[in-house]
Design a protein around this ligand. Structure first.
Ligand code: ZN
Length: 217
């Protein structure tokens, strides 16, 4: 198999925006997840009820404030930060795989509300536009901050990049450890679940897919 160059994404955006021409050519898209109605007061009451039902005495000093802290923690874990998606014309016609490996992420499993934590490998074959470097992690976060299953998270990241950046191909591999599996039930500490999704050329061309998957490993 012929070796192709790899571009590792790094946070070069500020530097890129310094160049006048580049900044003018860049297209900025503010990405905000539709706001979910989070009722912190109701969440706090519900956490207090849950703790009492689990036998906790909420009059004790150390846990008195726990319902409020838990409500705030979950609100934060379920809210992605808005970001600016910057794309640039692919003037030099770069047509090899761009790969960002080991982007750290965390999410909450929708079955147990316990975290799953791992890394995302995201690759794409540029079409007419290339991505502002550093944004792939924010795209991952956009979908990770919510009640999720890993399979759906993988597909959502892939489809979003496919639809918004319109690359010739895109692929996402997620590797994560689920605390609901590690700490309870089968207690498979250290087991990593791997999921992947590919679109476009990375789906249709076996060689490109193989290249992507081997780089994502
Ligand atoms: Zn779970």
């Amino acid at each position: 198999m012929e070796e192709r160059p790899i571009v590792t994404l790094q946070p070069l955006e500020a530097e890129q925006l310094d160049g006048e021409g580049t900044a003018a050519a860049g297209s900025h898209l503010r990405v905000v997840q539709p706001a979910k109605a989070i009722d912190l007061a109701a969440a706090e009451r519900a956490v207090a009820d849950l703790l009492r039902a689990l036998g906790t005495d909420l009059d004790e000093e150390g846990v008195r404030d726990t319902p409020r802290r838990v409500a705030n923690a979950y609100a934060e874990l379920l809210t992605p930060r808005p970001f600016q998606l910057t794309t640039f014309p692919n003037d030099e016609g770069y047509d090899d795989l761009v790969m960002a490996r080991s982007i750290p992420f965390h999410s909450l499993c929708q079955h147990h509300m316990l975290p799953f934590i791992g890394v995302a490998h995201v690759g794409y074959l540029p079409g007419e536009r290339i991505l502002g470097l550093s944004k792939l992690a924010r795209v991952v976060e956009l979908f990770a901050r919510g009640l999720q299953v890993q399979e759906r998270l993988t597909v959502q990241i892939t489809d979003w990049l496919d639809g918004n950046v319109r690359p010739r191909g895109v692929g996402v591999v997620l590797e994560a450890e689920h605390l609901c599996m590690a700490l309870r039930g089968v207690r498979s500490l250290g087991t990593r679940t791997v999921t992947s999704a590919v679109r476009g050329v990375l789906r249709d061309d076996p060689r490109s897919r193989q290249e992507f998957l081997s780089l994502a490993r």
